[in-house]
Design a binder for this molecule. Structure first.
Ligand code: NAD
Length: 350
């Protein structure tokens, strides 16, 4: 089927999408507001070149919906939103800056209905620029990068603890093995926390030199990207790309738990059910990877207390425990339990 702007928006169940064409760069600006029952829409700004403009729109709508569930999953007062700046190809610095400035003007016209932070293709410096112009973006705070990676890693770490308790009855990492796929902004600090907690670590990444240096520092073992599926571990932690849980990989998994930061880890909802059937505990991605979003939400709420922020991120552990408990009581997959819980929270705010 060939999607058009019209058919794509018709099929979407969100509230509204702001679309504009940026003549000087030939880019499309999409700001999708999926569900604002919990509060103003909040989500990252993605800057990317797509095969067709409609693919940028599809990405914005899909990601905005994901943000609705992410905020509801951690019970923060924000709605689901996402912006996509679909560029026709690489932009030179001056053109790129102009696009960001005109995007900031769109945010001003929305008067706070959408607030944003970094995503693929944008940097904290970009957000700082957009924030300075519009007041609706968070980038650099008092000279420090507002880096979500370590907060996302902390959320995954405490989420793993909840998963260990559910699967093994103890949150002790000693004697437990973890395979981390992707040691970037999230995987690296996560590996450090896990090494500190005494887990046996296996690391894999497309960048062999970076992963080897980290493994040497932490006493971890490097695994080739193609061999990782043969490895028997307690926890598989996808921290690189989406859709690594699919009909091809789920039957091959040799782990008891999947708990990682990647967005959209399941190729389709059926993969959560396939994991459940294999008794592999799956920590729903949008709950366990919400630490970075929580950090931005905290800043957007005007709060600066780091202890309170850590407390909020650590609450992911309790959220996952509640999800597992509910899933166990109704013998459904954790993904279905998480979705049901998020929907109830949204409906309660009506
Ligand atoms: P990153 O780009 O900093 O790191 C990703 C790492 O994965 C890189 O080192 C890359 O070489 C490696 N990689 C890519 N493809 C791979 C593959 N097939 N096999 C093994 N390694 C591979 O990204 P990040 O910020 O660490 O985010 C990791 C994942 O978590 C992404 O899916 C991202 O969308 C998601 N996520 C990140 C945050 C955050 O706070 N940064 C928040 C929520 C979700």
């Amino acid at each position: 089927m060939t999607e058009s702007f019209e058919s794509t928006i018709r099929a979407w169940h969100g509230e509204s999408v702001v679309v504009s064409f940026d003549e000087p760069t030939g880019s499309w600006i999409f700001i999708a507001l999926h569900d604002t029952r919990l509060g103003p829409a909040s989500g990252g700004t993605r800057l990317k070149s797509y095969p067709r403009p409609v693919d940028g729109l599809i990405d914005a709508l899909r990601l905005a919906e994901g943000m609705t569930y992410k905020w509801a999953g951690v019970q923060m007062p924000f709605g689901g939103g996402k912006a996509v700046l679909a560029i026709p190809g690489p932009l030179e610095a001056h053109a790129r800056a102009g696009l960001l400035d005109r995007y900031a003007a769109r945010l001003i016209s929305l008067r706070g209905a959408f607030q944003t932070g970094v995503d693929l293709g944008t940097t904290p410096e970009d957000m700082d620029r957009i924030g300075a112009l519009s007041g609706h973006a968070v980038g650099i705070i008092k000279g420090h990068r507002a880096d979500p990676g370590p907060y996302t890693a902390l959320g995954v770490f405490v989420g793993m603890r909840a998963s260990l308790v559910e699967r093994f009855g103890s949150d002790d990492f000693q004697g437990r093995s973890v395979l981390i796929q992707g040691v970037g902004d999230v995987g690296r600090p996560l590996a450090e926390m896990l090494a500190e907690a005494g887990a046996e670590l296996f690391l894999t990444d497309l960048e062999p030199s970076a992963v080897q240096a980290l493994a040497d520092r932490l006493g971890a073992t490097v695994v080739d990207v193609d061999d990782m599926w043969n490895l028997e571990v307690d926890i598989y932690s996808p921290c690189a790309i989406g859709a690594t849980l699919n009909p091809d990989t789920v039957p091959r998994l040799r782990c008891k738990i999947v708990a990682g930061s990647a967005n959209n880890q399941l190729l389709s909802p059926a993969d959560a059910e396939a994991l459940h059937a294999r008794r592999i505990l799956y920590a729903p991605d949008y709950v366990i990877n919400a630490g970075g979003a929580i950090a931005f939400g905290h800043i957007h709420l005007g709060e600066r207390d780091t202890d309170r922020l850590h407390e909020r991120v650590r609450a992911i552990e309790g959220s996952l425990r509640a999800i597992y408990e509910e899933a166990g009581a109704s013998n459904e997959s954790p993904m279905l339990a998480a979705n049901g819980r998020a929907r109830r929270f949204l409906e309660a705010s009506d």
